[in-house]
Design a protein around this ligand. Structure first.
Ligand SMILES: *Cc1c(COP(=O)(O)O)cnc(C)c1O
Length: 414
């Protein structure tokens, strides 16, 4: 046996792991954040309405997204909840969304007493299928929350048309897609409201935080009220007679300061992720047994993670087996992403929103099989974690490992 064939033996079969050095990792927070934090503290107030860090963040974020209004909040979930409050989503309304997402998309729908309706996805882009959305419209549909999964935009032209034709409001969940553009414009500005997360794991972070953007002046005002108990703080003395039910989702000056410094790093972060992931796609083109992620037409992907699918028939191994083999090569790969569609969670199966009393979603049945394409995506999904500090060596070793493992399974299979 020659040296070449020894090298090609995967780690699960006794070979040496393809990854020889740790993946690149950048220092997430540094002097820029410290400087902003120090300024925030020196203001003598950490309250957004009396300081300028949150306001500066909102102004910079709005400018970056080409919109008139940005309103910061405590989380991505809070930003989406504020959007639904601002849009007047009410008990019994139906809101169509994606079955593969973070619970932060769905919780706000339930908190408003509205009914989540799950539409199916496109098998190659992992984003909402406009045909399926159309098929799920009813006379109670009031809004659609589109999820730009993993950094890939939904087919916004088709979804916008559906919303316009049926008089339905459009919310964009951009929590995973900061920096992504659709037809040249940043996502978040296509719909009525765009919502972002600044939690620890997203493209940029302030620990926890969120922000919602809109071009509509009235919605801009309502978003602010929706995050601040309905209090209007624009006059010198705040007006406290809340015009509608709202939560306290106020961002503090500390988060605002960190997020402001982070926002300046965004372009570099997205650029690095794009370059690395595009090159990985190029190198994996001929790897057997894999379906590679494809960006929606017109979308410039911002790569929050890299999601491939295992073609089980072709390699004779499932996603769990392949993920295990790739982990043994030293790759940060996991199978099945969120495991099951959101509607399969006990919350939906048991209608367990509240301990007692009726929630309007109790009347709807959620069951396995509701969104077959989304279920197939999760069954076969392989998630590769991505970081902007990944190097060329990381790229070489990652693609070598994937080729080695997929080739080995395929040749053992046939
Ligand atoms: C992270 C995330 C959220 C929620 O954001 P939080 O800041 O954690 O509340 C919502 N939707 C999607 C798609 C997410 O990835």
């Amino acid at each position: 046996m020659g040296a070449d064939s020894d090298i090609s033996l995967p780690a699960i079969a006794g070979g040496a792991p393809a990854k020889t050095t740790p993946y690149g990792k950048s220092k997430r927070y540094g002097d820029e954040e410290l400087q902003e934090l120090s300024e925030a503290l020196n203001q003598g107030t950490l309250f957004y309405a009396h300081g300028n860090k949150v306001f500066s963040l909102e102004a910079a974020f709005a400018q970056k997204h080409g919109v008139k209004h940005a309103v910061a909040s405590t989380s991505g979930t809070a930003a989406i909840h504020a959007a639904l409050i601002a849009l007047g989503i009410s008990p019994g309304d139906e809101v169509i969304t994606s079955p593969i997402t973070d619970m932060g998309t769905v919780i706000p729908i339930l908190l408003q007493g509205a009914i989540p309706v799950f539409a199916d996805l496109c098998e190659d882009t992992y984003t909402l299928s406009p045909q399926s959305v159309k098929a799920h419209l009813s006379n109670r549909t009031r809004a659609i929350i589109v999820v730009h999964l993993a950094g890939n935009a939904c087919d916004m032209d088709s979804l916008k048309t559906i919303c316009r034709e049926h008089n339905v409001r459009l919310v964009e969940d951009c929590a995973q897609a900061l920096g992504c553009t659709y037809k040249g414009a940043p996502v978040g500005a296509c719909g009525d409201v765009g919502c972002f997360s600044l939690n620890e794991f997203k493209h940029i972070s302030c620990g926890d935080g969120g922000i919602a953007v809109t071009n509509d002046d009235e919605l801009g005002k309502r978003l602010r009220l929706a995050t601040d108990k309905g209090y209007d703080r624009s006059p010198c003395v705040a007006i406290r007679h809340s015009p509608f039910l709202a939560n306290n989702y106020r961002m503090t000056e500390l988060q605002g300061a960190v997020a402001l410094a982070q926002l300046r790093k965004l372009d570099g972060i997205v650029q690095s992720r794009r370059r690395w992931c595009d090159e990985l796609t190029r190198r994996l083109e001929y790897a057997p047994g894999l379906a590679l992620p494809s960006a929606t037409a017109g979308c410039d992907h911002s790569w929050w993670f890299y999601c491939m699918r295992v073609l089980v028939e072709e390699v004779g191994a499932d996603a769990t087996t392949i993920a295990d083999a790739l982990q043994k090569e030293g790759l940060p790969v996991s199978a099945h992403y969120i495991g099951q569609c959101v509607y399969e969670y006990p919350l939906f199966q048991n209608h367990a929103a509240y301990q007692r009393g009726e929630h309007p979603f109790n009347a709807r049945t959620y069951k396995k099989g509701d969104c077959p394409a989304a279920e197939r995506i999760l069954d076969t999904a392989l998630i590769l974690a991505i970081n902007e500090a990944y190097s060329d060596k990381d790229l070489d070793e990652t693609s070598t490992a994937i080729h080695r493992v997929m080739n080995w399974f395929r040749s053992n299979h046939w």
